[in-house]
Write a protein that binds this ligand. Structure first.
Ligand SMILES: CC(C)(COP(=O)(O)OP(=O)(O)OC[C@H]1O[C@@H](n2cnc3c(N)ncnc32)[C@H](O)[C@@H]1OP(=O)(O)O)[C@@H](O)C(=O)NCCC(=O)NCCS
Length: 180
């Protein structure tokens, strides 16, 4: 895809998806134990490629960014998406990391999402939702200092402020290549 965006980290980087990532996305999203709390997608390569092709336009218009989380050796480790760009807040999700990824991938990729949303896009806050029952991910966000603003039958809705991030960034600066 044109205009690939890269967010470099210490051991990983985020880079925007391209059509060749379709099979990786399908492989990750067809693992039942990984997608319990994500929306189902069709396990069909042609459809996935078509979806990525259409998606390219959204990305070029700066409406959404779908990233592959990749090691420095170009091993694909996971996926994460920045979307629903509101005037004052960005959303992130579709976060998925393969089982064999190094342990620090979750923290590093979350920090890079915030570097991108707060640093590069210039937002002052973020929002995201997590399915009820996805305890590990709820705990992850709470350790980062995110707050639950409301809930419905399905989800908890989180808010995360730039100030929360700046504090956590100091604490986790060892996980960043450019701690600032
Ligand atoms: C969401 C997902 C990407 C998070 O990755 P993860 O590796 O499971 O994240 P973890 O919370 O286990 O963190 C990885 C390691 O870093 C540690 N860690 C996480 N946050 C930490 C923090 N703030 N401080 C210190 N250590 C931390 C964890 O303890 C864990 O180490 P451990 O295995 O020794 O306990 C992954 O669980 C996944 O792919 N889930 C399926 C899809 C999904 O539900 N996505 C979320 C949709 S909202």
């Amino acid at each position: 895809m044109a205009n690939s965006i890269k967010v470099p980290g210490k051991n990983i980087l985020l880079r925007t998806v391209n059509l060749e990532d379709a099979s990786f996305i399908l492989a990750l999203r067809s693992q039942p134990h990984k997608v319990q709390y994500l929306n189902p997608i069709d396990n069909n390569l042609a459809k996935q490629q078509a979806w990525l092709q259409a998606y390219q336009q959204k990305q070029q218009n700066g409406l959404e960014y779908y990233f592959v989380i990749e090691s420095k050796h170009q091993e694909k480790l996971g996926l994460v998406r920045v979307y629903d760009l509101q005037p004052d807040s960005f959303c992130w999700g579709s976060w998925l990391i393969k089982d064999q990824a190094p342990k620090t991938t979750a923290i590093e990729s979350a920090l890079l999402v915030y570097e991108f949303g707060f640093g590069k896009l210039g937002y002052k806050q973020a929002h995201f939702d997590v399915r009820k029952g996805n305890e590990r991910v709820i705990a992850f966000h709470q350790r980062f200092g995110a707050s639950i603003t409301h809930e419905d039958e399905l989800n908890y809705y989180f808010n995360y402020q730039l100030e929360d991030y700046l504090q956590i960034k100091q604490k986790y600066r060892r996980y960043l290549k450019y701690p600032g």
